[in-house]
Design a protein. Structure first.
Length: 401
């Protein structure tokens, strides 16, 4: 029997209100699958709704995909802005929500059975502002972008556990926090609309939690053929979100360790990849503005480049010194050796700094290993539960097949 404490927590979980926001822009998306998964993810919970934000399409078209739906549980909102970005409809969903928590779900993705209940239980137990979901592929292979320390408890340290690398907003989020700090997606950007939203969300949160356990909460599907195709971006477009963060007052007011951690992530995941990509177009005016932003970042975070690898530092030197060309900034010979890609030139820092490329890489591989182990354990448990009990015939044998 459960302990009295567990019973109390379970009863509390059933009363938690959650609005799952599903932005959708075409009837070709598997909306029925996404909506069905919301309620399968919340067994026994009576205050969970699916807010379907119809982006550029009518509510009538979308509701036709869900014949017989409960209008109290599945609510349709129309939103039109003429922009092919999820930022606007997500913001519309956040504005329409009245629940204690919100969860943003892609219309092509799927919550796993019991996932919302587990996340809500973890949030209640820790009073978390943000409770992160774990992902799996459609084939069931676990993966995650949360590079927490292997020994980290459910409550995460924003710097030591590299929380800023989790740019996906797929988490159970306290709506009160969003309203208090007026947190919304950045609209009108060509790319990176969730960067400032998640960065501010994490830095404003008192408690960030990764639920204990290894099972996934969300299946990320890739079976939709209407995704935005790769295209060329100007250097100003690809760095607009980064520049907005670096130039903001809230970034300058962050505690120095938190600001440094975010700066390393912005350099490593946004600016440096932009210098490598064939899809980034550099021009004289754009590169001057990006250099100005990099100078401000260096002034606010003078030690942010220390944990970068020799290769990463080389890319930033290329950005500061190379004249713009058609296409990506030119590589310099020898810049991408394996050793240079992993080490900063300071072995002690490589081993001790959580943002070092070496420890960053180890965290990625540790996450993959945990995912493989979780899948093996899950398969083993499945085999145990399907094993025929001694003395009984299996259904196959009973049918004579």
């Amino acid at each position: 029997m459960p302990t009295p404490r567990a019973v109390t927590e379970n009863r509390a979980v059933t009363d938690v209100s959650i609005d799952v926001i599903i932005p959708i822009h075409t009837t070709a998306r598997p909306l029925a699958r996404a909506v069905a998964s919301v309620f399968a993810a919340a067994p026994g919970m009576t205050a969970v709704r699916a807010l379907v934000i119809c982006h550029g399409v009518s509510a009538a078209e979308m509701s036709a995909l869900l014949p017989g739906h409960d209008p109290q549980k599945v609510v349709f909102h129309e939103f039109r802005d003429g922009i092919r970005s999820a930022a606007g409809p997500i913001n519309a969903g956040l504005a329409a929500s009245r629940a204690e928590y919100v969860f943003i779900l892609g219309s092509d993705d799927e919550l796993l059975p019991g996932a919302l209940r587990e996340l809500a239980g973890a949030a209640l137990a820790t009073d978390a502002d943000v409770t992160f979901a774990r992902f799996q592929t459609a084939s069931g292979a676990p993966f995650d972008t949360l590079l927490a320390r292997p020994w980290a408890g459910p409550t995460l340290d924003i710097c030591a556990d590299r929380v800023f690398y989790r740019s996906s907003p797929c988490a159970l989020i306290k709506r009160e926090l969003l309203e208090k700090h007026e947190l919304r997606m950045a609209e009108g950007l060509a790319t990176g609309e969730d960067q400032e939203f998640t960065a501010r969300l994490y830095s404003c949160s008192r408690v960030l939690v990764a639920p204990p356990g290894s099972g996934a909460h969300l299946t990320v599907h890739t079976d939709c053929d209407d995704r935005i195709q790769a295209r060329r971006f100007t250097c100003l477009e690809v760095t607009e979100a980064l520049r907005g963060i670096v130039d903001s007052d809230w970034f300058a007011q962050l505690p120095q360790p938190v600001r440094d951690a975010l700066a390393v992530k912005l350099l490593r995941r946004t600016l440096i990849p932009a210098t490598e990509s064939e899809l980034t177009v550099w021009d004289a005016a754009g590169i001057a503005e990006v250099r100005r932003c990099l100078d401000r970042l260096n002034a606010l975070c003078p030690r942010a480049q220390e944990p970068l690898s020799l290769y990463e530092k080389e890319r930033l030197r290329v950005l500061k010194t190379t004249q713009p060309q058609a296409g990506r900034l030119a590589r310099r010979e020898g810049a991408q050796g394996r050793l240079r890609a992993l080490t900063s030139g300071n072995p002690l820092r490589d081993l001790s700094a959580s943002e070092s490329r070496l420890r960053h890489g180890l965290a990625v591989h540790a996450g993959k290993l945990r995912g493989r182990l979780a899948k093996l354990l899950s398969a083993r448990n499945d085999r145990k539960t399907t094993t025929t009990p001694p003395g009984q015939e299996s259904g196959r044998a009973a049918k004579g097949h």
